[in-house]
Design a binder for this molecule. Sequence first.
Ligand SMILES: [Zn+2]
Length: 325
Amino acid sequence: MKYNLKTVFLTAMATAGIMFGSKAADVIVPPAAHNAEHSDLIAGQLNIGNQIKVQDTEAFLGNLFPEEQEPEMDIYEEGWNSQAVNCYTGVAVPDMATIDVTNFHMPTDPTYMTSPYGYRRRFRRMHKGVDLHIQVGDTIYAAFDGKVRIVRNQGRRQGYGLYVVIRHTNELETVYGHLSKFLVQPNDYVKAGDPIALGGNTGFSTGPHLHFETRYMGYAINPSAIFDFNNHTTHTDTYTFTKSTYMNARDYTPDKAMYAQENAAPAKAKAKATSAGGAKYYTVRRGDTLSRIAARHSTTVSAICRLNGLSTSSRLSVGKKIRLK
Ligand SMILES: [Zn+2]
């Protein structure tokens, strides 16, 4: 009787597309005190139909583009081809998901947005979060309950500077950038509203602010779609994620999205005009990377990115023509 019930249960789970992993239970052995929270996390992850493995991204991120000074690099896109970095790479993302955002806390004390989520013409890239005005030293709070995944210093003048990534029990992840001091460590469990850091001006930042991102399985969701930053609340109790809405934002490279569209017609004329001015092109070969091409042609990765509307993490397809000069 007992056996039958179990079989029925497992079959039902399998039918519902839920992976029944002994993996999660085997791999993560939390301290006893955290058992409750741990169960919550695992239970939350089961709902999305895929086990997500929390992987250590520290070593990889540490070696990425150390010479680059990109504004607000996308830490999820860095090493996009590597299973080890974006732990969501290769994981099937549901077309739609309902995310419970009732138990929230604003990431900052009352403040205002200085820069919204969206495309930045100046940098030819997406701004995948919002910037919130703060003073250096202001307390930054966990937006939801969860577990700290990354605590890292990307460099004083680079990218996000000091940043924290938290994976929440509601399956969202939040990113907090340009911090001045950490108040948490990797694998700490936090409650919504727990102080996690002090705000700052580290990384590629021109003034004190908090760069705040909300992610669902790597997709950058517009934080303003969830939070009402003016009224310091959330818009609704649940946020409905639809993959189609964020498809471009996740896999965004300016050359294949709106940048290409924008320049489609006058492209030929432009190429002619620039080649007269000494433009130099290169056709991507198998095994090429931006840094290898840059080194071989005595230029820099950022110069190539600027000329071609690429980000340092853009995928180079064989046969693609890129401008070097
Ligand atoms: Zn920002």
